[in-house]
Design a protein around this ligand. Structure first.
Ligand code: ZN
Ligand code: ZN
Length: 927
């Protein structure tokens, strides 16, 4: 990149170029460290990208998440840590399967028509064509990840880890099959986890149904128990009615049976303290196969569990006359039939909290089915210990913001066994084989040919696949090669596990964050440390810190949603303003626990900031070139420089170096604390305020390369200017990687000391010359006061005027030494130090000095007299008119009070103006 930057800053051209360059040059690839040497004592900074769904497109949440990760990774890398950011995508079981099913529907084909094998092939084909689009977007946005380590959760490598984890847990007795009430999606035809169910309030009904009491003779006694339900179709699967044992209303019915309407089945009345006597009639129907509470109640009382629905939500053969009907058609018919039988009570309006499938929005059906589970307690115990402080108060995992620690621990303490099976075709198929002869299960690391129990060859693999979160929960161990044991894998694992940090959103705290901790602690715990010693819990955790980022909302602080139509597409905004400006916008508002109200007006402001930097670069390069013409060269061979100024250098040089050190220290400190906002604002204020508005303006005085000029001063000015500018680019680089890369290469005229600014060193925290800061502050304050005074007394923009300054000896010495700066920046003709400000001058008083502007306005006295005379005449006319009104008794008697008040006020104002004009006229010099 030569010096001659194009006149206009065009982010698109710059960003496309560098994004491609970074990927092509493999700049952020981190090789497996030497097996014997390891990292040679330095610690790595490792971070995993929360894998977006392979079906995904980048949204604002990703953009924030990735900006935060990229800033930290670039900063750590430039600060000298071996920094590795690992990218990848998730196979996203339900989402991807749905996507391909939809595609098939447009071709008039169902997944069942294709069969499992063909369908899975189709999904792979889809993935090859469309999958990973989101990673392409990341490349364009310049994420500094190691693309050579990109993974996909269905990769062979990661699948080996998934299988090993399953088999090991099975062998440890921690995986079992069991009957369970799952959330069943009739559209996706799979069980989904509680976390994948979204609850919506919906208007519905509560139907009362009368169940006849069976008399001693086996016939209906004429008495009824009334129950109420929001889902009358589940009545078909009732196997009891429960009442509270102490409920007086039903004491005489203890031990009796009821006749289940429509099915004509006798069902018992059971006594259970879980039933609330105060709610409804105090009697509840019990459908163990279709309700989690009823399921538990059924277990307590040994009740039969009758599933009356099939996979598609239709009534099955257990539903008698209603078999084959869709669940809602059955509901209608059942209500009609009950009414005909006289068994329908009241129908009440009722607001229902209805669960929907998060993916397809179909109403989920709680349904009894056989699923695979992990006995979670032993894993949860480790996961709790990893987050709670130990005896010394140390935590193996630190949450930021800290309140998430409590939320996490609460969830982990009340955790239920994890249902890991899904009835999908796309995913990791469970490595278990059912035997047709002995009906036992064989689980193995390699596909078995025969039953491990009876030797029969009549075995068939389980059709269920694993929950997507099972594989993503293993990522921190699996991406570094677990369970492989070869030397290279071990070296990788030793160098990068545990990872340093996880940056993610609150929405996947339980889905993913918690599961990575459980699985990480469980499996990494078996991997010895580099020196062969056993691994402690603190070294088994998947990451040492978790940073939960906030939500990006719209400019009005509303949550973005498709329904509201206020979703901002980051790619569109990037096209308009450039990636750097969008990143800076997000960073400037990101701090722990605070949501971001994204306003494009702000992005526009940061685009202007980028422009400012661009123009500064052009100005600097122009001077570098002018200097070169007279043989002055800035020595770039020792760059990157740390900006320095000699102790006897001019104040502005010492000051800008001090300001730079202060900004760099602030940025380092803020990023340690995840205060992206403070870091971004420190850079912004330094670059725009101190560097561009002050330093560049001051230094223009010295950038004189003519024959008669002071060459030594010009050369030292240029050197400080370039070194501070170059360092500032490095300070800004993690936040605005593109523009800084472009300009940085130009600083070196296309011959930079390394391939990228991202590999140069980050400005460290260093000592700040506070004396220079204090002295410059005095000069700046004087300039600010003079500018204000000039405005107040109407000095023409271009006029240079003398000033009078009264101050102490110390300040006087500083101001006198820098009077040229004051003269240039405040258009001062001369700084006069006085013991007292001259009589009659408008002055400003500050704790450090008094200042006055000596201004003798050169006016055309005759014209001014003429103008003032006319003005006075006009004012007098108004004054007299008001005067006569205000002294007229008839007017005062008739006019409303507010009119009189207004007139009095106006009269007083006119009177004051008149007085002032007369005084000015009197003060005009005589001709
Ligand atoms: Zn669904
Ligand atoms: Zn067998």
């Amino acid at each position: 990149m030569p010096h001659d930057l194009p006149k206009a800053y065009d982010p698109t051209a710059i960003e496309d170029h560098w994004a491609g360059y970074w990927v092509r040059e493999n700049l952020f690839a981190v090789e497996t460290p030497d097996q014997d040497q390891g990292l040679g004592g330095q610690s790595s900074f490792t971070i995993l990208l929360p894998p977006p769904n392979v079906t995904g497109r980048l949204h604002m949440g990703h953009m924030l998440n990735q900006t935060e990760m990229d800033i930290l990774t670039r900063w750590r890398r430039m600060s000298g840590r071996l920094s590795l950011w690992v990218p990848g995508t998730d196979h996203a079981g339900i989402a991807t399967q749905m996507m391909v099913e939809r595609q098939l529907t447009t071709e008039g084909v169902k997944r069942q028509d294709l069969g499992r094998e063909k369908f899975v092939e189709r999904v792979w084909e889809w993935k090859r064509h469309y999958g990973g689009a989101i990673l392409e977007q990341m490349k364009r946005l310049g994420a500094s990840v190691d693309w050579s380590r990109e993974y996909f959760t269905m990769d062979e490598r990661l699948s080996v880890a998934v299988r090993e984890a399953f088999v090991r847990l099975y062998e440890q007795g921690l995986i079992y099959r069991g009957a369970y009430i799952v959330n069943w999606c009739p559209r996706c035809q799979t069980a989904i986890s509680d976390l994948e169910v979204v609850h919506d309030e919906q208007k519905g009904h509560l139907w009362e149904i009368k169940y006849p009491v069976v008399g001693a003779d086996g016939k209906d006694s004429g008495e009824f128990i009334t129950v109420a339900t929001t889902r009358p179709e589940t009545t078909l699967g009732d196997t009891a009615v429960a009442i509270h044992p102490a409920d007086e209303r039903y004491k005489h019915l203890h031990g009796k049976k009821l006749r289940l309407p429509l099915m004509n089945r006798e069902i018992p009345i059971v006594l259970d303290e879980w039933v609330s006597q105060d709610f409804g009639t105090g009697a509840v129907k019990v459908t163990p196969a279709h309700d989690p509470n009823d399921f538990a109640l059924g277990e307590r009382h040994g009740l039969q569990s009758i599933n009356v629905m099939d996979d598609r939500g239709h009534i099955n053969e257990n539903g008698g006359a209603y078999a084959g009907l869709d669940r809602y058609a059955a509901r209608k018919k059942i209500v009609v039939d009950l009414e005909e039988l006289g068994l329908l009570g009241a129908i009440k309006d009722h607001v229902n909290n209805v669960g929907h499938c998060d993916r397809c929005k179909t109403v989920v059906e709680p349904r009894h089915s056989t699923q695979w589970f992990i006995k979670i307690q032993p894993l949860a115990e480790k996961a709790i210990a990893a987050v709670k402080p130990d005896a010394n108060g140390n935590k193996a995992i630190q949450f930021t913001p800290e309140n998430y620690e409590k939320i996490y621990l609460e969830w982990m303490t009340n955790i239920h066994d994890w249902c890991i099976s899904r009835q999908l075709w796309w995913g990791h198929r469970i490595p278990a084989w059912h035997c047709a002869e002995c009906h036992k299960i064989t689980v193995d690391r390699v596909d078995p040919a025969k039953c491990a129990h009876c030797g029969s060859a009549k075995i068939a693999q389980e059709t269920d696949v694993l929950d997507t979160w099972f594989s993503s929960g293993l990522l921190p161990v699996s991406v570094f090669g677990w369970p492989k044991k070869d030397a290279a894998t071990q070296a990788d694992f030793n160098a990068f596990y545990p990872t340093s940090l996880l940056v993610t959103g609150f929405d996947i705290l339980f889905f993913w964050v918690a599961r990575m901790i459980m699985l990480g602690c469980w499996f990494a715990g078996d991997v010895p440390m580099a020196d062969g010693s056993p691994r402690s819990l603190a070294d088994s955790v998947p990451y040492r810190e978790v940073y939960i980022h906030a939500l990006v909302r719209d400019a009005n602080r509303e949550k973005m949603s498709k329904t509201k139509g206020n979703v901002l597409d980051p790619i569109e905004i990037v096209k308009q303003y450039g990636t750097d400006a969008v990143r800076f916008t997000l960073a400037s508002m990101a701090s722990p626990g605070t949501d971001i109200a994204f306003n494009v007006a702000r992005t526009e402001g940061y685009r202007a900031f980028a422009n400012k930097i661009w123009n500064a670069a052009r100005f600097i390069f122009m001077n570098v070139d002018r200097a070169a013409e007279v043989g002055i060269k800035v020595d770039l061979s020792s760059l990157p420089l740390s900006p320095t100024a000699a102790a006897d250098a001019p104040l502005e040089d010492r000051w800008i170096v001090a300001e730079f050190s202060a900004a760099a220290s602030k940025v380092n400190r803020s990023l340690e604390d995840y205060r992206y906002d403070d870091a971004a604002n420190a850079i912004y204020q330094f670059f725009w305020g101190s560097f561009c508005d002050w330093y560049l303006e001051i230094i223009k005085l010295r950038l004189d390369f003519s024959e008669s000029a002071d060459k030594a001063s010009a050369e030292s000015a240029l050197t400080t200017l370039v070194s501070v500018f170059e360092s500032s680019l490095r300070l800004l680089s993690p936040f605005m990687p593109f523009i800084t890369e472009e300009i940085w290469h130009a600083v070196y005229d296309g011959n930079p000391p390394m391939k990228s600014i991202a590999l140069a060193s980050f400005p460290p925290t260093s000592e700040i010359d506070s004396k220079a800061q204090a002295e410059m502050e005095l000069v700046q304050n004087l300039i600010a006061e003079v500018r204000a005074l000039r405005k107040e007394i109407g000095v023409e923009e271009k006029a240079s005027v003398p000033i009078e300054v009264r101050t102490n000896a110390e300040a006087r010495a500083i101001l006198a030494g820098n009077s040229t700066i004051v003269e240039k920046l405040a258009r001062v003709a001369e700084v006069r130090f006085v013991n007292s400000i001259s009589e009659g001058l408008a002055k400003h008083h500050t704790p450090a000095f008094d200042v006055a502007v000596v201004y003798e306005r050169t006016v055309d006295v005759a014209a001014e007299r003429d103008r003032l005379t006319k003005e006075i005449a006009r004012l007098e006319k108004g004054f007299n008119a008001n005067e006569s009104k205000l002294t007229s008794e008839s007017f005062l008697a008739k006019a409303p009070a507010h009119i009189i008040d207004g007139l009095k006020k106006q009269h007083a104002e006119t009177s004051a103006l008149l007085e002032k004009a007369r005084a000015v006229l009197a003060a005009l010099p005589r001709e």
